[in-house]
Design a protein around this ligand. Structure first.
Ligand code: SF4
Length: 263
């Protein structure tokens, strides 16, 4: 079985520009895979090309959508499977208009009832009502500032809302304001780690920045979506389908097979 520590050392050596002899011998002792023969940036580019050849991007990408709805949907998605996130959002939208005005005055128990299929629904109901109130009170009822403010400022402002962490803020900023950021959600993090593009000891910010450093800002949205597609179809958390994976010739984890689980 491939040893993670050796893998990490191998990539560090390569990225630190250490001599080829060291990296070569370590490579031979760890794995004899094509993926290590190129640097992370080149490999990252090739991974993106392969994924672009394999998956198509959703047709709605780039179309204007209401950022407040995205914010609510992203809050619902925390610790919740996609199917249940969709169900919770649909039920909430049937019961309420998804606007800060409507949700700020909604009864918490009624929100709870609507989103019961989502994980942590009690906590999320309060978050949804409280952030709606705060948007009304402090941001004139709108998060349109995500378009006008610079990335860092818009991000900080979003993260000042209750229940909105870096990941949620980054999803809203990337998808609806076109800001140059790659949200490192569970799929993106897990798949990137297996591909040896980032390492697991990194914080959310560390992983996001490491991934961003490998790609051009105009590709961030595609990278995010395609890594998610790869995670859903092939690089599954419990049983990665390495044999049929479109990037298996670029992946140092192929030999780990189904023994590697990401959280
Ligand atoms: S080869 Fe396996 S571990 Fe690597 S990205 Fe593909 S499915 Fe994931």
């Amino acid at each position: 079985m491939l040893r993670t520590t050796s893998l990490k050392r191998l990539f560090r050596l390569r990225e630190d520009g250490e001599d080829t002899k060291n990296t070569l011998s370590l490579r031979c002792s760890v794995l004899s895979h094509e993926s290590v023969a190129v640097n992370a940036k080149e490999r990252a580019t090739r991974v993106l090309q392969e994924l672009q050849n394999t998956f198509s991007l959703p047709t709605w990408v780039g179309s204007p959508r209401e950022p407040f709805k995205t914010l609510i949907r992203t809050v619902l998605s925390q610790a919740t499977a996609d199917r249940n996130t969709d169900r919770a959002f649909r039920r909430l939208a049937t019961r309420f208009s998804i606007t800060p005005e409507a949700l700020a005055k909604a009864d918490v128990e009624e929100i709870e009832e609507a989103i019961r299929v989502a994980g942590l629904y009690r906590n999320k109901s309060r978050v949804i009502r409280n952030l709606s109130r705060m948007i009304l009170d402090q941001f004139d009822g709108s998060i349109a500032f995500i378009h006008s403010l610079p990335l860092k400022e818009a991000r900080n402002r979003l993260m000042s809302l209750p229940g909105v962490g870096a990941k949620t803020a980054d999803v809203v900023l990337l998808f609806y304001a076109g800001k140059p950021v790659i949200p490192a959600d569970t799929h993106v993090k897990g798949v990137s780690e297996r591909l040896g593009l980032v390492f697991s000891e990194g914080s959310y910010e560390g992983i996001r920045e490491a991934l961003q450093s490998l790609y051009l800002p105009q590709d961030y949205l595609a990278v995010h979506l395609l890594l998610i597609s790869l995670g859903r179809k092939y690089c599954k958390a419990r049983k990665p389908l390495c044999k049929s994976c479109p990037v298996n010739t670029l992946c140092p984890s192929i030999q780990i097979g189904d023994g590697l689980v990401f959280s």
